[in-house]
Design a protein around this ligand. Structure first.
Ligand code: GDG
Length: 472
């Protein structure tokens, strides 16, 4: 039997929708799905996760078979589990605390109970598919307890864990009532990966204060076993975004976008609906620009895509209403018969259309309040094959550690964001080329394939280190 890699994440990299009683599969839009999509299909690897909707018991077999053809293994969740483990603990405890928005957090015991139970459910499915010699790669904050659960049954198994969102400072993390159990759960892995060195630092600091583990540099000794914590800044499939620019479908979209936008400069923003993405603050900066620089009226438009996400959670619904209102106000206040200041879409688009937007936009405005990495900023850079364009990037996004040649801003400073837009609009083509070519070099070199390789190589190295320590 050839060894395989088992990828595990909360969501499978497909969405299942029901149409006329039939279940149809379509690709997911999340950063993780986009990033690992082109990797897991290799060899006999499998991906285990929740299909994204409730599937009634009598139809689970049918769905399992459809997914099996794609090397995907479902973990079915009940409505209660979706509500308590996913919307509750994952999105109303971990997400807000890890993004420094603790006022959005609800520390409910029932959420925690369900989180533990569902991590156990994932453990059952993983161990049912696990053979000796397999490698498990667990992803993200919904499954912080899974490594330990699996290790309790299979003490020698190889487990990597990667967290896609920030790890907060100890002062934030300590607020969670179940902080110790969460840290111990993560200790079940052999290698813990984060996007940035700051996340690593925060994790090690929390681990040293909360647990009884011994920590030396980035090596943790816990229950006589050693694990390593390291930064692996995630990349994108840069080649794919470069090639898309030459796709005839993309070229057609570019032509029609240019017609629609007349002679306006285009500022592009693309995010999932989320309060961590700074969408409202960004709109405020744009409004301030229109207010204080009337000379730009008719000459520039904000093209804003907000992808629907978690809109059953109350805070997200509220955010959507606030965005709708602010966009409405800006357009009502500044629009003319022939000019719309904000082109706003609450939907997702095919990747060819995103590529056309990346190629057309004079500025890409990426201003999250907190973001583990932010792949949109890297996709914009990769799509700028002529090296023009300006990236404005929040210093709170992991990507800002690599893309130093962007105009880096503090997203809370509305005036600073506004001034960066003005600077971007007036930047000479020569300066754009210098900055963009450096960033393109980085995005191209440190792509998703190198990211996977670096993580897997390190995991193997950690296993060797553990074995050599055992034989000493
Ligand atoms: C999490 C972390 C971290 C967006 N709209 C459409 C669409 N997208 C794709 C983008 C991009 C992805 O979704 C979004 O990735 P981000 O990284 O920007 O954000 P999250 O979804 O919050 O991802 C984040 C990431 O995990 C990876 O570790 O960077 O910090 O929060 O790839 O292109 N794709 C399509 N249509 C759309 O309308 N097809």
């Amino acid at each position: 039997m050839v060894n395989k890699t088992i990828i595990v994440s909360n969501r499978l990299p497909v969405k299942i929708v029901e149409e006329n009683g039939e279940y149809l599969l379509s690709p997911s839009e999340g950063g993780l799905a986009t990033g690992l999509g082109s990797v897991y299909k290799k060899g006999n690897n499998i991906w285990i996760g929740w299909p994204g909707i409730e599937i009634p018991l009598e139809r689970q077999q049918e769905v399992t078979e459809k997914l099996a053809a794609l090397n995907l293994i479902p973990v079915f969740l009940t409505p209660d589990e979706i509500n308590l483990y996913y919307e509750g603990f994952s999105n109303e405890v971990l997400w807000p605390v890890f993004h420094y928005m603790v006022t959005y957090a609800h520390f409910e015991q029932v959420y925690w109970d369900s989180y533990q139970k569902v991590n156990g459910k994932f453990k059952d499915v993983v161990t049912a598919h696990l053979n000796e010699g397999d490698t498990i790669w667990i992803h993200d904050y919904q499954l912080l307890l899974l490594s330990e659960r699996i290790r309790n049954i299979q003490p020698h198994v190889t487990i990597g864990f990667f967290q896609h969102i920030p790890f907060p400072s100890y002062e934030m993390f300590r607020l969670i009532p179940w902080r110790e159990e969460l840290i111990n759960g993560m200790f079940g892995a052999d290698l813990l990966g984060f996007h940035t060195f700051d996340d690593v630092r925060h994790f090690l600091s929390a681990a040293s204060r909360i647990s009884a583990a011994k920590i030396s540099d980035n090596v943790i000794t816990y229950k006589d076993r050693q694990l390593v914590v390291e930064a692996f800044p995630m990349g994108i499939d840069a080649g794919k975004f470069e090639n898309l620019v030459h796709d005839p479908v993309v070229a057609e979209h570019v032509i029609s976008l240019k017609e629609t936008m007349h002679n306006c400069k285009v500022i592009l923003t693309i995010d999932r609906l989320d309060y961590s993405k700074g969408i409202l603050q960004r709109l405020q900066a744009y409004e301030l620009l229109l207010e204080t620089h009337p000379e730009y009226a008719d000459r520039l438009s904000l093209y804003m895509i907000v992808v629907p996400s978690r809109d059953t959670v109350a805070q997200y619904k509220e955010l959507k209403d606030q965005i709708d209102q602010l966009v409405g106000n800006i357009n009502a206040r500044f629009r003319t018969l022939n000019w719309l200041p904000v082109h706003y879409f609450y939907r997702s688009f095919p990747v060819e259309f995103l590529s056309a937007l990346y190629s057309t936009a004079d500025i890409c405005l990426v201003t999250p309040m907190r973001d583990g990495m932010n792949l949109v900023s890297k996709e914009y850079v990769a799509s700028r094959t002529d090296n023009t364009g300006v990236l404005i990037l929040s210093e709170m996004a992991g990507a800002s550690k690599e893309l130093n040649d962007a105009l880096i801003v503090n997203p809370n400073n509305i005036g600073e964001v506004m001034r960066a837009i003005v600077e971007g609009l007036n930047m000479s083509v020569e300066e754009q080329r210098v900055r963009m070519s450096v960033m393109r070099g980085i995005v191209r070199k440190f792509d998703i394939y190198l990211w996977v390789k670096n993580f897997m190589d390190k995991l193997e190295e950690v296993k060797h280190m553990q074995e050599s320590l055992l034989t000493k």
